[in-house]
Design a protein around this ligand. Structure first.
Ligand SMILES: C[S@@+](CC[C@H](N)C(=O)[O-])C[C@H]1O[C@@H](n2cnc3c(N)ncnc32)[C@H](O)[C@@H]1O
Length: 284
């Protein structure tokens, strides 16, 4: 992101005021080290609202009219970077997991996968393609729920059209089999998009989903949360997964210390929910 010289100064107290709102609304943590990033990313919002200071902007956010600005604030501050088949080993593990599950459960099995923090859609599309490469979607009902807090990223995902510079991770074969391509962009085919249901959802809010998931991908999302928020989200994921399900995290993310008893690590940043708490150690 380019540094904008037209942005006013952002003082420590202005950053604190904005970061309190962002934390309350999204769980995203903005420590003082993020000051330059916040200043740059919000410069456009200040210009479009004709505010000359961040104090005026935060006062507006807290005013009665400010609620309409909150989604734009969050959208400006979220990082939506993603690419297809990011960490391929997770998609291999998913396919293995589901093959085992359908073998054990047989016909009528419904497969439910949640891409929590799907950004611009590459993750749920990769999940759908990985499954289409098996015979699972032909034999079983597959639903990939793809959610994100950011409405702008979600509408990009729903359009399913990826310019050439976003093709990273897709093989020529993937492009030929699952996309309609022009020189400029690749549009995801119905066969893939029919498996995915996009929905705006803030992970901090109540989750309306009633059925549990076989697998949850929440990769490169909790990296922006503090330890307490992370631990809370991991506890909620635990009750949202079937027994034997898998939780996939991003490459730099780890299970919180305090949730260690809830999950067993079964692969690289891959966690299996424990169905019952392990007995405490006899010496404890
Ligand atoms: C870096 S992207 C990750 C995309 C994808 N999961 C991947 O690993 O390639 C992080 C996403 O998390 C979303 N996010 C951040 N806070 C969120 C929250 N409270 N609820 C839902 N999504 C959130 C952002 O909008 C952003 O699209």
């Amino acid at each position: 992101m380019q540094f904008s010289h037209s942005a006013p100064e952002l003082t420590d107290s202005e950053l604190l005021a904005i970061s309190r709102i962002v934390y309350r609304e999204s769980g995203i943590n903005l420590p003082p080290g993020k000051s330059a990033m916040v200043r740059t990313r919000l410069a456009k919002r200040l210009r479009s609202l004709a505010f000359s200071s961040f104090s005026d902007y935060s006062a507006y956010l807290l005013s009665d009219d400010g609620h309409t600005e909150i989604p734009k604030l969050i959208s400006a501050l979220t990082t939506n970077v993603s690419h297809f088949f990011r960490e391929m080993h997770h998609f291999d593990a998913l396919v293995d997991l589901l093959k085992t599950r359908v073998k054990a459960n047989g016909n009528g099995t419904e497969i439910r996968i949640w891409s929590a923090g799907c950004a611009t859609g590459q993750e749920p599309i990769s999940i759908a393609i990985a499954l289409l490469k098996t015979s699972i979607p032909q034999k079983y009902r597959v639903k990939v729920l793809a959610t994100d807090i950011d409405a702008e990223a979600l509408s990009f995902a729903e359009a399913g059209r990826y310019p050439r510079h976003m093709w990273q991770g897709l093989s020529e074969r993937d492009l030929a089999d699952y996309f309609d391509c022009t020189d400029q962009d690749a549009s995801v085919r119905r066969e893939v998009s029919d498996l995915i249901h996009y929905k705006q959802l803030n992970l901090m809010d109540a989750w309306p989903m009633k059925s549990k998931f076989d697998a949850i991908f929440c990769r490169n999302v909790v990296i922006y949360f503090d330890a307490e928020t992370k631990a809370r989200i991991f506890r909620r994921f635990h009750s949202q997964m079937i027994s034997g399900g898998h939780l996939f995290l991003g490459h730099s993310e780890r299970m919180s210390e305090e949730n260690r008893d809830l999950y067993e690590k079964v692969g690289i940043t891959t966690y299996l929910p424990r169905t019952s708490q392990p007995r405490s150690h006899p010496c404890q």
